[in-house]
Design a protein around this ligand. Structure first.
Ligand SMILES: [Zn+2]
Length: 183
């Protein structure tokens, strides 16, 4: 199987590795949106995010945060976009899960802005109901036999403080606001 990121892992590619450990690779590619863009991906080949074990996924995001700090310090940028193109429809080009850390500078003319459109009230209600049922199934299930469900539950427990805060602030309001960000 030909995979650009597995080639980096196997040193078949001349692309530069900035950091590596047993689980992850941090590399600089030759085709990027802007100089300083860094790609973080698991050493093992996983096509999409849902396939990545949670401990590795966790490490990916922690590393993205650290790499982001290094980018701020060394390249004097004013911000970063951290992007996952998860699936073909999301613009994924390499079939190997990766996080892109993209340095941003004022006036760099990269456009990641999209215009949210306001949904009709019944559309909001419909997606809310559909999501609520499915999210409830995945996040709140106590069925330990389903490995994936259990893993998700563990993550939610870790993040309980945030969830509680959200609920206090008005759970429905939060979901509606989030929905409006969907392009
Ligand atoms: Zn691969």
């Amino acid at each position: 199987m030909k995979c650009e990121y597995c080639d980096i892992v196997d040193r078949k590619s001349r692309l530069q590795i900035l950091y590596e450990d047993n689980d992850l690779i941090v590399a600089v590619k030759d085709t990027v949106l802007t100089p300083g863009q860094v790609t973080i991906f698991p050493r093992q080949h996983f096509t999409i995010m849902e396939m990545v074990p949670e401990n590795i996924l966790e490490k990916c995001f922690i590393l993205a945060n650290k790499v982001g700090a290094a980018i701020f310090d060394s390249l004097e940028c004013q911000g970063t976009n951290i992007i996952v193109q998860n699936g073909l429809s999301a613009g994924q080009k390499v079939p190997h899960f990766a996080l892109e850390v993209i340095p941003r500078r004022d006036g760099d003319n990269l456009n990641f802005q999209w215009q949210p459109k306001e949904l009709a009230e019944d559309e909001v209600e419909l997606v809310y109901q559909m999501l609520k049922e499915e999210v409830g199934k995945i996040v709140k299930s106590k069925d330990g036999k389903k490995g994936k469900v259990k893993e998700v539950e563990e993550v939610v427990v870790k993040d309980e403080k945030t969830l509680m805060k959200m609920q206090k602030e008005d759970e429905k309001n939060y979901l509606l606001k989030s929905l409006r960000r969907i392009p």
